[in-house]
Design a binder for this molecule. Structure first.
Ligand code: PEP
Ligand code: MG
Length: 883
């Protein structure tokens, strides 16, 4: 293991693995000449070593820490544990590689004791500062280092405030603070704990406590939710204290270099005069907006704006900073890439691109596909007459409806139910509840409060600081304007406007913003894999086209037969006992199908449209047998003989079509082989519709897809028959119609025999829903409700294979099919149309194995476009770094 402890000037931004995000940021700011209080960072490796080996690591570390303390003493001209002069105090702060806001611990004001506090008071000429700092140290040390919890201290603070008849902490006099110190010491005594008077012991214990905080339950939950590995460890930053609580020329604050909610330009943040770091985020006093600093301290305000610009130019991204102003001097205490809403992420990426700070590829990488997904989420229809019952700050946009729940544990226990977590304010321990809830509503706190930051990070709607709601945690209800909302009542929150509604509010579907459209155009330019949509109707096709699909990858024709006006003809066809009867029923369906296809072709304006021939088992089009039996009994009672006969016929057919394993039964191309007239009607409808479009002078490109093929003879026979129909229609219509025949690859056998099958198919489309089902032997209808949740919970499978492609098994079959298929037919067009076609990780896999396109539901198209571009860029980056 290399060096254990780094002075800030010895590190830089690229050392996040070792120094954590905070340490690397402090080092970088120091090196670019920004005002950072001197300090040093103990590496994440030391944390891991400590977590494995315990105390002896601290003993080995200690001399190195002492050496750095000496350097800091020289730099600041102050002494740690001094008997004279202004004493040096430290803050000890955690800082992992990935930011985990509020999850781990910080202790401020280390170095004070009963004597030094007096020295500090005298030398600083500010007794209030000294005793306020001391009582904070006692509080944080007791809570974090000695595990006494925050509550006894907060209680005592509330009691003393009530006794003195004051509201704000700042109104406590020096004597009050001295008294509070005394009372805090009593808490230590009553809990049998000792506050170490030796500053060096304090420092050592605080460092150890920060190491340990890596493994507190809330940090573990946060890592699990955010996929942060458990073995990274936290660094420990030891920073010389600067004081924001030295009076009205001092302050502490947090800011974003641009608005994290909208991405708008302009520094956005909050500060508190005469306060120390934790006060701003803790939501104890309501902070002032950063723009007020212009009046309070104009010079510092300008300096802050300037630093924000320097940081943005340097990091080429929006930054989240913490600062302290000590007697009119500005200090930077943290910088990190700012968390942002999905909408802001898109705007920032496009703005930074326009400002020439980042490349097109970088802009694409700045937005996660999940953020685009979020932007396609519904919003509340403001034209609805629903009246809001309360208003807070819209801290994380989007709308959410759910049952009110007042504690995080309960929210986490409610399983699949939609809940809104309602809290006076959220604290880091609520993280599991936030993860489980659809959204969060708090009565207190600002835009940078914990609830706001975490919700934004998770992309969940949040309304914070809705001060008009009065929460009664004992009664488990809240009241607002005389109205009481009880636990489990349903509310809707709008994280965009900050409104809260009783009940379910009507939602509207979002449109793509201009920035998002521009980003997606860039994505299309970069992506080497196309995106099509799964669309069954002209409306779906229109939406797909608007969302940028470059074709339809799957039109499931069965949905067209389910419509009210078509089902009777479909049922006639199914119960037909002779070919003539069947053909007569199909004659009725033909014009309807033709109209459907015509509509879809028109919407897709010449892009390819893959239409799949009928796939599901026929019994799906018949009423359930139990229902038929009931109906027969009823009709018999009322003497409707004709209806009785009709239903009995349906029932007889339903009985004969009954199967033990319908998903492996009489479906797919098997239907067309037994009843070719169905496919013939469909092919005729497709090509007649295409001819209509061509005759109108427009372009059309139908691709006819045969489902569930497993054997070469299946595709060969189906195709031979249908080519005859195609020839017939083309000669009837007297126009040339470009069309292709292809097949789905959704059976393992089809993948293995792809070379044979490719002789009769111009294109392949992976039906990975069935392919996953058939490869794992998991029924796609039952697995997800029966045993898959247990598999995922116990880690038997890493992910749900129906959501994210199983690269090792199903993916291997796909690879084989691609290789063998292209070997037989180099021009083979290959895509995917199972649900995985909209999943970013699966899209990356499809790109890697050389597919031409992915196809997904219309609302996933924008997500898939971005994912396709990112997959292309990231594969290039990997290739280049492997070289
Ligand atoms: C598939 O199996 O992946 C597929 C797209 O077809 P369906 O879901 O309609 O069976
Ligand atoms: Mg299928």
């Amino acid at each position: 293991m290399g060096k254990w402890v780094y002075l800030f000037e010895e590190g830089n931004a690229s050392m996040k693995d070792l120094l954590g995000g905070k340490g690397a940021g402090l080092a970088e700011m120091t090196n670019i000449g920004l005002p950072v209080p001197p300090g040093f960072t103990i590496t994440t490796e030391v944390c891991n070593l400590y977590l494995e080996n315990g105390d002896k690591v601290i003993e080995e570390l200690w001399p190195m820490v002492l050496e750095k303390v000496k350097v800091i003493e020289e730099r600041t001209g102050k002494k740690f544990g001094a008997q004279s002069g202004l004493p040096l105090l430290f803050s000890v702060r955690s800082g992992a590689k990935f930011s985990m806001p509020g999850m781990m611990d910080t202790v401020l004001n280390i170095g004070l004791n009963d004597e030094i506090v007096e020295l500090f008071s005298k030398e600083s000429g500010n007794p209030r500062l000294a005793y306020d700092s001391y009582r904070r140290l006692l509080q944080m040390f007791g809570d974090i280092v000695l595990g006494m919890g925050i509550h006894p201290f907060e209680n005592e603070l509330e009691i003393i405030k009530a006794q003195k008849g004051i509201k704000n902490d700042v109104e406590l006099s020096v004597d009050d603070l001295k008294e509070l110190v005394g009372r805090y010491k009593k808490i230590y005594e009553s809990e049998g704990k000792v506050f170490p008077q030796d500053p060096f012991v304090q420092l050592k214990m605080a460092i150890e406590a920060v190491f340990k905080s890596w493994n507190v339950p809330r940090a573990i939950s946060y890592r699990k939710i955010n996929n942060i590995p458990d073995n990274l460890g936290t660094a420990v930053n030891v920073v010389s204290m600067v004081f924001g609580n030295m009076g009205d020329d001092s302050a502490t604050g947090v800011a974003f270099t641009r608005d994290p909610k909208t991405g708008e330009k302009g520094v956005f943040g909050e500060y508190l005069l005469d306060a120390q770091g934790e006060d701003v985020v803790a939501g104890i006093r309501t902070p002032k907006p950063i723009s007020d600093l212009k009046d309070d301290m104009p010079e510092v305000y300008n300096e802050l704006l300037n630093i924000c610009k320097v940081l943005e130019d340097h990091y080429k991204d929006m930054q989240d900073i913490e600062f302290t102003i000590e007697k009119g001097k500005l200090y930077m205490l943290q910088v990190r890439t700012g968390k942002r809403t999905p909408g802001a992420a898109v705007k920032l990426a496009m703005d930074f691109l326009k400002e020439g700070l980042i490349s097109e590829e970088e802009a694409i990488l700045r937005v996660e596909p999940s953020q685009v997904d979020f932007l396609l989420h519904p919003r509340i229809d403001v034209s609805s007459k629903l009246k809001s019952i309360a208003k807070g700050l819209g801290a994380s946009p989007g709308a959410a409806t759910g049952k009110v729940v007042f504690d995080a544990d309960l929210a986490a226990k409610m399983g699949d139910e939609d809940v809104i977590l309602v809290r006076p304010e959220t604290v880091p321990d609520d993280i599991h509840g936030l993860a489980a809830a659809k959204g969060v509503l708090t009565a207190r706190g600002g835009m940078t409060s914990h609830a706001a930051v975490v919700a934004r990070g998770m992309g969940k709607p949040a309304v914070v600081g809705a001060e008009s709601i009065k929460i009664d945690l004992n009664e488990r209800s809240f009241t607002v304007n005389g109205e009481t909302i009880k636990e489990f009542d349903v509310i809707t929150i709008d994280g965009t406007s900050g409104n809260v509604f009783k009940g379910v509010a009507p939602l509207i579907m979002p449109e793509l913003s201009e920035d998002l459209q521009d980003l997606l155009v860039l994505a299309d330019k970069v992506a080497k894999i196309q995106v099509r949509a799964n669309a069954d109707t002209p409306e779906d096709a229109r939406r797909s086209y608007e969302f940028g699909a470059k074709g339809i990858g799957l039109c499931r024709t069965e949905h067209m037969f389910m419509a009210q006006d078509r089902l009777p003809a479909m049922q006639e066809m199914i119960v037909a006992e002779t070919i003539e009867e069947r053909k007569a029923a199909l004659e009725k369906l033909l014009p309807m199908q033709r109209e459907d296809f015509y509509g879809i072709f028109k919407e897709m304006k010449g892009y390819p449209v893959i239409i799949r021939l009928l796939d599901p088992p026929l019994h799906e089009f018949l009423p359930k047998r139990e229902i038929l039996k009931e109906e027969i009994a009823q009709h018999e009672k009322s003497g409707e003989k004709e209806l009785v006969e009709k239903k009995k016929r349906l029932l007889r057919r339903a009985e004969t079509l009954k199967e033990s394993n319908p998903m492996m039964g009489f479906r797919g191309c098997r239907l067309g082989l037994v009843y070719p007239e169905i496919n013939e009607m469909q092919v005729r409808a497709i090509l007649e519709a295409a001819a209509m479009v061509i005759k109108e002078g427009e372009r059309v490109f139908p691709e006819i897809m045969v489902p569930l093929v497993g054997h070469i003879n299946e595709i060969r026979l189906v195709r031979e028959k249908l080519e005859e129909v195609a020839k017939e229609v083309i000669s009837e219509q007297g126009v040339q119609i470009p069309y292709l025949f292809g097949t789905m690859i959704e059976l393992p056998r089809a993948a293995l025999r792809a070379d044979e099958i490719a002789k009769y198919a111009k294109f392949f489309s992976f039906g990975t829903n069935d392919l996953t089902q058939m490869t794992f032997g998991f029924s796609r209808d039952d697995a997800e409700s029966k045993f898959l949740p247990v598999y995922l919970e116990r880690g038997i499978l890493p992910v749900n294979p129906f959501q994210t492609l199983d690269r090792d098994g199903v993916g291997e079959l796909m690879k084989i099919a691609v290789e063998r298929g292209r070997c037989a037919n180099a021009d083979l067009e290959i895509g995917i149309c199972g649900e995985h076609g909209g999943d970013p990780d699966s899209i990356a896999f499809c790109y890697e194995i050389g597919l031409n396109y992915v196809s997904c539901s219309p609302f996933r198209v924008p997500v898939a476009r971005l994912a396709a571009a990112r997959a292309t860029i990231l594969a290039k980056v990997r290739y280049e770094s492997d070289k």
